[in-house]
Design a binder for this molecule. Structure first.
Ligand SMILES: NC(=O)c1ccc[n+]([C@@H]2O[C@H](COP(=O)([O-])OP(=O)(O)OC[C@H]3O[C@@H](n4cnc5c(N)ncnc54)[C@H](O)[C@@H]3O)[C@@H](O)[C@H]2O)c1
Length: 316
């Protein structure tokens, strides 16, 4: 009897939410207001993090900028200040260092307040074939791209839980959905970040903390410099993305409180096909799209990995 009642309730909910999602496709949800929200962005010193900081500043948010690269972070600080009368705080923080994350998080709570939107964006890539990656860089990839998300969430989630209010944003990657040749440590760490964010989202939802939102972002190649040298084989199918275009998409996804965003939409096709076609078909598709040559001319950011262990300082 219970099975029948349960199944009817489930089917009712399933149909209701299906219709609800169709309605939201036609009438977009109202965007949430972020004026006065405390937005912390890790890896704010360049690329996507910097652009997101500028967008949030224009919407009246209070910005907390974290980066291991103090020079880049201060440049973002300056650009954010230029947008008008904004409150912005910049901290040097190596997100791969658990003790440093907790210490700087304590400083932020004392000097700025409780973070209400946490954007885990800092990332690194080694870009070498598996056997050429030094062990310490495998560990570093996981520390920056995945473990750092655990430490920042441990630091800022308790205050969100108290108020049942907040937003966790995970910047993963298309490489966190599909393994890419030559990116074994990067792909694996991005899968880990996505898995952590998805799992935490479900945990919070089942605990009825439904006003703590989650957004998981999976972009394809962006022209920020992180993947310098890499090119897309058929740009009409999978174009290298303009960082500003991605930043706007990510901002909209956060404001509309969407859980997943994959950019561009074509990447959804690869994700669905991966589940249903044979491995040989998948490899043929990968070769057609240039997945075998994607990393061949990778240069990346010079010295990006050398920055990883400087001492911490703060600016305001
Ligand atoms: N560029 C791409 O093609 C691409 C594609 C998909 C996903 N992503 C992801 O998007 C995010 C932003 O990338 P981006 O392209 O703007 O790269 P980016 O190199 O411009 O920015 C990354 C920032 O993270 C900072 N950072 C690195 N290690 C850190 C650490 N230990 N502690 C604190 N900060 C640290 C860097 O200093 C830098 O400012 C990353 O997570 C990246 O993996 C990038």
């Amino acid at each position: 009897m219970n099975v029948i009642v349960d199944t009817i309730i489930f089917l009712g909910k399933f149909l209701y939410y299906f219709l609800e999602s169709l309605v939201y496709k036609i009438i977009p949800k109202n965007k949430k207001k972020v004026s006065g929200e405390i937005v912390l962005i890790t890896g704010a010193g360049s690329g996507l993090g910097r652009l997101l900081a500028i967008h949030f500043a224009k919407l009246g948010a209070i910005l907390v900028l974290w980066d291991i690269n103090q020079e880049g972070n201060m440049e973002t600080f300056r650009l954010v200040k230029e947008t008008g009368d904004v409150k912005v705080f910049a901290y040097k923080c190596d997100c791969s260092n658990r003790q440093e994350v907790y210490r700087v998080a304590g400083q932020v709570r004392k000097e700025v307040g409780d973070v209400t939107i946490l954007i885990n964006n800092a990332g690194i890539v080694t870009g070498k074939p598996f056997l050429d990656i030094p062990d310490h860089l495998v560990e570093k990839s996981f520390l920056v791209n995945a473990f750092a998300h655990f430490w920042t969430c441990k630091a800022f989630l308790p205050a969100m839980i108290k108020l049942n209010r907040g937003h966790l944003v995970c910047i993963s990657s298309v490489a966190g959905l599909v393994g890419i040749k030559g990116l074994s440590d990067y792909s694996a760490s991005k899968f880990a970040a996505l898995g952590f964010a998805e799992s935490l989202f479900l945990e919070l939802t089942m605990q009825k903390k439904t006003e703590i939102k989650t957004t998981i972002v999976c972009p394809y190649l962006m022209k920020t410099g992180m993947f310098d040298g890499c090119t897309s084989k058929y740009s009409f199918l999978l174009p290298s993305l303009e960082p500003e275009y991605v930043a706007k998409k990510v901002l909209d996804a956060i404001l509309e409180e969407r859980v997943y965003i994959i950019i561009p939409k074509f990447a959804y096709v690869a994700l669905i096909l991966k589940q249903i076609i044979s491995t040989k078909m998948m490899i043929a598709l990968g070769e057609y799209l240039g997945a075998d040559t994607f990393m061949a001319s990778f240069k990346g950011r010079e010295k990006a990995n050398e920055l990883q262990s400087e001492p911490e300082r703060k600016h305001q």
